[in-house]
Design a protein around this ligand. Structure first.
Ligand SMILES: *[C@@H]1O[C@H](CO)[C@@H](O)[C@H](O)[C@H]1NC(C)=O
Length: 160
């Protein structure tokens, strides 16, 4: 007998302890690319700015759900909760569904819009760093019936 349950139990305990709060989230190092806005773009309150996100689609799904957020700090995947969301976002732009392989919209979530509108950030000093973050969900990972995987990317915006 190579592995007994009693030998493995401490190993599982260590693995469980290594996972913050033991959340069943699956964070992926994969993510797409925020093509627009480019890093350092200055945006005033209530002003539209161009938005283009190229999804990674690392599990090659037909449709890629994304959520888009504004944060007042540079986010990492440690800031995502078990459902791939931020609890401390400055603003939530919304959830969108990207059709891959030329697939058209199926709703109810719409494709990402070509522009997003900066919320009222007038409480922040002019020149403050804020971050536009995109969380991409992979829902088609092999071999099937796998947990959702969340990937994160962000880009710097500067308030005007
Ligand atoms: C994750 O955060 C969102 C708020 O952004 C909240 O609605 C959701 O319930 C949270 N999920 C978990 C599992 O904590």
């Amino acid at each position: 007998m190579l592995f007994s349950t009693s030998l493995l139990a401490p190993l599982f305990a260590v693995l469980a302890a290594a996972s913050p709060l033991n959340l069943p989230r699956v964070i992926s190092p994969n993510h797409g690319t925020i093509v627009e806005p480019t890093s350092g773009t200055v945006v005033a309150s209530d002003t539209a700015f161009p938005f283009t996100y190229q999804d990674s689609n690392w599990c090659e799904g037909g449709y890629t759900p994304i959520t888009v957020w504004l944060l007042d700090y540079a986010p990492t995947t440690d800031n995502l909760n078990a459902t791939g969301q931020f609890l401390d976002a400055t603003y939530y732009f919304g959830a969108y569904l990207i059709g891959n392989f030329g697939l058209g919209p199926i709703g109810p979530e719409l494709p990402p819009p070509a522009t997003l509108t900066m919320p009222d950030v007038s409480e922040l000093p002019v020149g403050s760093d804020v971050y536009l973050a995109v969380v991409e969900t992979a829902n088609n990972c092999p071999p099937g019936n796998q947990p959702l995987e969340y990937g994160l990317t962000s880009t710097l915006l500067v308030t005007a």
